[in-house]
Structures are given as C-alpha cells and as structure tokens.
Design a protein. Structure first.
Length: 241
C-alpha cells in the first residue's frame, strides 16, 4: 500500500507571540484550537519555540504526558518539583514524564542570547506512572552520520533516552548539502524540518518549519539541499486505536 502523505507548511502553523516568546504550533495548542488538527499517531504537540534572553515559562503543571525537548540554538534551564534540574543545549536529549503530576519551569539560561527549541508531547502507554526525568548527550558525529534514535519506548530500540510508550520513537539527524537518509517504515510518521531545506522522494521540497504526516510510510529517501536538521517520529499506533 503506498504511503498517504499530508504536507503541512510552516506558514500554516498557528502562532503564539508575547513579549518574550515566539511559538509556532504544528498541532492545536492552548487557545489555538483546531478540532481537525489535534494529533498525528500519538504525537499531540510539536512546538517550535524561541524564548528571549532571561525569560521563560514559570512553574506550571503537567500530568500523564511524555515531554521531549530538543534544543537547536542556545540553552534552556529546567527545574521541576521532583528535584530535577539541568541545562539543555544542542545535542542533549531530554525527557520529562509527567505521570501522576509534576510542576516544572523552563527558562532561557542566557541573559544575552535567545534559545530556540522544539518541544514534543506524546501520550504514555499508562496513566498514573511516577514522574521521572532523563537527559543524555548525543555525539555530534553520530548525528551527522545518519538517523540517530533520540528517544524510544519500542522494544529492541537503542536510544539516548527512553519513552513510556512502546509504539513511539523519535529520530534525528543533521545533514550537509547532498546528504541523504531513508525515512523509517512505519504506520504513522511525522517528519519535521526545524532548520534547512530538503527534498523527499515522491513528496517534493520541504523548507524550514515544514512538516509531513505519513500514514503507512514506506521508507522514502530524503536529501538535504543545505545544512539541515530533522526530527522524525516513528509511531506504530494512533490515538483512538
């Protein structure tokens, strides 16, 4: 069965702008609600955020969600009610499992430079688990050599960090012009281009901020046209079955 493809262009995303935040939402988020655009597979949130120096998200709650953060430029300071704290920077994978409930804050760690990051939320297999936190640095040479599994709960996958979802994995790579990778074969696939430009076999050209939602993805080849970073969710199921 050929893959079903839905291209979502960067300019079509809803945007939240404040004095310190510029956030672009691939899916419905907060008061930017669209009942026809709530998720793909088990991915509910793919926010492309820029936070100004010295600013950020004050302490706020989460519950029953796997939250993965990937920094593109700058550094993001995390602190939560379970006693975890750390600074997330490019190449450091971070996951927070909200479980039964957790409070956390996320602030730009710099007083002079903005921080640019992508935050992604997937549902866990089970509700009511104990909150937890994990981070792990990925060798930049690995990211430049092909797809690297950043986070996964799929049995048998080796990943930098784990997810409490047996049907989901996040892969990433950094490609130079002319570099290429084969996308995973999966019932549901979400390809996001946080920076750069690339061409996908049978799909066409993608610019920075574009996304593609595949159903029955069959391993299309992607080739970068300029220095490009990719975030790819491989999912074996979707919300509601």
């Amino acid at each position: 069965m050929p893959a079903k493809v839905e291209i979502r262009r960067a300019a079509a995303r809803a945007v939240t702008t404040t004095s310190w935040l510029h956030s672009k939402h691939s899916f419905s988020f907060g008061d930017r609600y669209d009942p026809t655009n709530t998720h793909h597979g088990v991915l509910l949130v793919n926010n492309d955020d820029v936070v100004q120096p010295g600013a950020g998200f004050d302490t706020h709650p989460h519950r029953d969600m796997e939250i993965v953060t990937w920094v593109l430029d700058g550094s993001l300071a995390h602190r939560d009610s379970a006693g975890n704290s750390g600074v997330v920077y490019p190449g450091l994978a971070q996951r927070m499992s909200a479980g039964t409930g957790i409070l956390h804050s996320e602030k730009n760690d710099s007083s002079t430079e903005p921080v640019h990051f992508v935050q992604m939320w997937v549902v866990p297999d089970e509700t009511g688990i104990s909150p937890s936190y994990q981070q792990h640095e990925i060798d930049p040479q690995l990211l430049g050599a092909g797809l690297v599994t950043i986070a996964s709960g799929i049995p048998g996958h080796e990943a930098a960090i784990t997810l409490h979802n047996r049907d989901a994995a996040l892969h990433g790579t950094r490609l130079q012009p002319g570099g290429s990778v084969s996308l995973p074969q999966a019932p549901y696939l979400h390809l996001f281009v946080p920076r750069g430009r690339a061409t996908v076999e049978g799909v066409g050209e993608l610019e920075q901020g574009d996304a593609v939602r595949f159903s029955d993805a069959d391993g299309q080849r992607l080739t970068a046209s300029e220095p490009t970073e990719l975030l790819i969710w491989e999912m074996r199921t979707r919300l509601g079955g």
